[in-house]
Design a protein around this ligand. Sequence first.
Ligand code: FPP
Length: 239
Amino acid sequence: MFFAKKKDNNEPIKVPKHIAIIMDGNGRWAKNRGLPRSFGHSAGAKKFKEIARYCNKIGVEYLTVYAFSTENWRRPKEEVDGIMDLLRDYLKDSTNFKDENVKLRFVGDRTGLSDDIVALMEKAERDSDCANGMTAVLAVNYGGRHELLHVMKQLAKDGVKPEDITEDAVNERLYTAAYPDPDLIIRPSGEYRLSNFLTWQSAYSEFWFTPVLWPDFSKKDLDTAIKAYNRRQRRFGGV
Ligand code: FPP
């Protein structure tokens, strides 16, 4: 398996504990084929299943994917509905995560989502609670700035005094409170930006970019990203 492979200097390759992916390029992938954008999202959802299975197999502990941002509501209603339908289909078929021994979790503002999707999310969380494989975190109606506003409001509601506003106080109130910060953030499709993804949590993440569009992203691309990650020296501000 991948993690048994060696680097050039014969050291074993370290699999990042937490990988986060911006699943970008679905629209262009469909356009290149003369297909409606919805086909791209559908291929993107399929790719998520494939890559999640692979991450679980090679020992990634947390995989967070950007499935729908707080800004994605600006897209045509038909496209938004299509993405929500893909999410519904995925959540309704519990074999997607149960058979994989994957613990499914969600980050983002659930108040903006339709009741049936929230109910499906809660059921998926319950159904996958005993899984002891990878934790797959789907960011749905998620925005980094939105999340930080949520934290600020929560600090005010909790009556936290300015001197008690510490990094821990913020971490505890993030949607991602239960998960470690991402070690490696992957963005396909040739774009070099974070697009409001894990704004606070990415402070010391390593980034890996590729021109490959998300539906074309392969296990081999993930291996390449992990190998690149292994060549990075993480100093977290130290020397
Ligand atoms: C960005 O590509 C992708 C999205 C906004 C949606 C991603 C959603 C999925 C892959 C499906 C979610 C469902 C599951 C089950 C995970 P884009 O449309 O912005 O691509 P473009 O830049 O080429 O237009």
